[in-house]
Design a protein. Structure first.
Length: 612
């Protein structure tokens, strides 16, 4: 009689699983700036270790493919080596039995096209391209290239004002980023190799919680140049551009269509995520730089001609954002009580709080705007709130933390359901949303599975209000008529943010990229300011006396990441007060101590500590 046993907890598979987890952390922490062929070679070597050895193309082909790639990396390959790599990869792709064989072959073939210049550099120059070289992960991954290890060290020393000024050297909105930044700086944090990424946003928030940004004096501006620059739009891109230009000695006029500055930081992000008195702290500090005049309530193109602004200034920056919500072209979209989520959030930002008492609200979309609208609807006393999305929850573009927070506040997610019609009664009021069930299909160009209609009957979700959050449009027509080129409403510019064939015109933020994050808009404003300065005939170095403190000895033992917490959902969903709890001193100091100071240890030494 056969006997069956439970596998012991200490068998090899369990231990291998632990090794795999550590290996995954190594992959996640792959240093930015690494040669892509090195990454591809490492991936091939990993595939070699996974082969079962049954089929020849995988068993013998992948090792040989790695040897050929190694020759390229060593500068010993030539054009015939590349032909061998292509032909061998095609054979492995077509002849392997399973994904362990054919998937790495497909990746090699893709890399030949994706990194063509790098392959050619290794073959003809026997070296990487000049742009290749490891960089400090957090600084490199931050779009504004803020000196993150430096300000974390200041926080650890209790020098909060110094930390804020070091942030301000590259980002004049430290409070905004401390509260709402999507923290891409954490993605490749080297601390993952030990335990988990440092809570960089949490530490930044701790600094501005200890010392308000407008209490910390901004650096003394450089002497007046007499040059005048127009900034159209007072969102994060425009504010950043204006701040740096003013610091460089130029005179700036901001034209803002709203009654207050901030753009989507004020009129798109609800108060429970970013209290507006905290935003005002950043704005007060920016305006204290001097030489910044703000003209409120001015719709450029209507209230004042773009030509007049252009002709009366030495340069012009356009950062108007993406301030108009997109609509859905489905039957019944003209029904009453169907609104743009962007406009609903704009109203709330202007103090017009809708009353959804005893109403069922449906939000269409899966991005951060959809989450903001749904969570705001809960706070507007809706009876029930449901989010309808045509893809899976995993495919939502909203931050995972925002999705989780929405679910905790009682919001239902109805996924794989594509809206096809809005139902309405005889008075024209919406009564429901009819959706067609979907299934996941092949991946699209954006890297997500496409939704495909499945053979199931449509069903109707009863509701009283529908909020549409399926994207944002740019009011670009007046600027296009002025002569600024645009593609589907998005202004065209080169990497310097300059508009081609338009002397002295620069663009940045959502209007140049499509809807993106605040930190990307800040980075665009910073780049534009420096390039406008160059255009005006200068090469100013930004004034900042704050330096990073000397590094301390690394703490290399495993220490758990101190995550920020929020007020209980049953309490916070009843008001628009800030949801996030502050860090304690102990949490902040422990988190700051976890920083490995990559600016001074490792590749930071090779870069002189700061040079990116």
């Amino acid at each position: 009689m056969a006997k069956f046993f439970l596998a012991p907890a200490d068998n090899y598979d369990v231990k291998i699983g632990e090794l795999v987890d550590k290996f995954v952390n190594k992959v996640r922490s792959f240093p930015p700036g690494t040669c892509p062929l090195v990454v591809q070679y490492a991936s091939l070597r990993s595939s070699m270790s996974q082969t079962c050895g049954k089929c020849v193309p995988c068993r013998d082909g992948i090792p040989h493919l790695s040897f050929l790639l190694r020759d390229i990396l060593a500068g010993e390959g030539d054009d015939s080596t590349m032909r061998q790599i292509r032909e061998l990869a095609e054979m492995i792709r077509d002849g392997s039995d399973c994904a362990i064989g054919y998937q790495p072959a497909i990746e090699i073939l893709d890399s030949i096209e994706e990194f063509k210049e790098e392959y050619e550099s290794h073959i003809h120059n026997k070296s990487c391209q000049k742009v290749i070289g490891q960089r400090i992960p957090c600084i490199n991954m931050c779009p504004a290239h803020v000196d993150i290890p430096g300000y974390i060290a200041h926080i650890g020393d209790g020098n909060y004002a110094e930390a804020i000024n070091l942030i301000r050297k590259d980002n004049p909105l430290p409070t905004a980023c401390g509260l709402v930044c999507e923290h891409p700086c954490e993605e490749r944090c080297r601390r993952r190799l030990i335990d988990d990424a440092i809570n960089i946003r949490g530490l930044k928030k701790y600094a501005v919680d200890q010392v308000a940004a407008d209490v910390v004096k901004v650096p003394q501006a450089l002497p007046d140049t007499g040059k005048k620059v127009a900034v159209i739009g007072g969102g994060p891109a425009g504010l950043t551009c204006a701040y740096f230009l003013a610091q460089m000695g130029h005179r700036v006029t901001i034209y803002e269509r709203q009654k207050a500055l901030g753009g989507m930081l004020r009129y798109g992000i609800p108060n429970y995520r970013f209290p507006k008195d905290r935003l005002d702290q950043d704005l007060n500090a920016i305006l204290s730089a001097g030489r910044i005049e703000v003209k409120y309530g001015v719709m450029v193109g209507d209230d004042i001609a773009i030509e007049d602004i252009y002709n009366s200034h030495d340069a012009m920056f356009v950062g108007i954002g993406a301030q108009k919500g997109k609509t859905l072209r489905i039957k019944g979209s003209e029904a009453n009580n169907v609104f743009s989520a962007v406009e609903m959030l704009d109203d709330i930002g202007n103090g017009k709080i809708p009353d959804y008492t005893d109403k069922v609200v449906v939000v269409i979309g899966g991005g951060n705007v959809a989450m903001d609208a749904a969570r705001s609807a809960v706070r507007c006393k809706a009876k029930d709130v449901r989010i309808v999305y045509r893809r899976r929850q995993d495919d939502m573009t909203a931050l995972h933390a925002e999705i989780e927070a929405a679910i905790m506040e009682g919001i239902e997610l109805i996924t794989l359901a594509a809206p096809v019609a809005i139902e309405k009664d005889e008075q024209g009021n919406c009564t429901g949303l009819t959706v067609q069930p979907q299934m996941t299909g092949p991946y699209d160009h954006g890297g997500r599975p496409s939704p495909v209609a499945v053979k199931k009957p449509p069903f109707t979700i009863g509701c009283d209000v529908i909020l549409i959050a399926v994207g944002q449009d740019i009011i670009s027509l007046p600027f296009e008529e002025f002569g600024m080129p645009a593609n589907r409403g998005i202004f065209q510019a080169d990497l310097t943010t300059a508009v081609p064939d338009m002397d002295g015109v620069f663009v940045g933020g959502d209007c140049a990229t499509g809807p993106a994050t605040a930190i990307k808009a800040i980075a665009a404003g910073k780049v534009a300011a420096h390039n406008i300065d160059e255009y005006l005939g200068y090469h100013h170095e930004f004034p900042c006396e704050t330096k990073a403190p000397p590094p301390k000895e690394n703490v290399r033992i495993q220490v758990g990441r101190a995550n920020t917490t929020e007020r209980p959902a049953y309490i916070r969903k009843c008001d628009f007060e800030h949801v996030e709890n502050p860090y304690t001193y102990e949490e902040a100091m422990q988190e700051a101590e976890r920083c490995l100071r990559c600016d001074h240890f490792g590749c930071g030494v090779l870069q002189g500590g700061r040079d990116l």
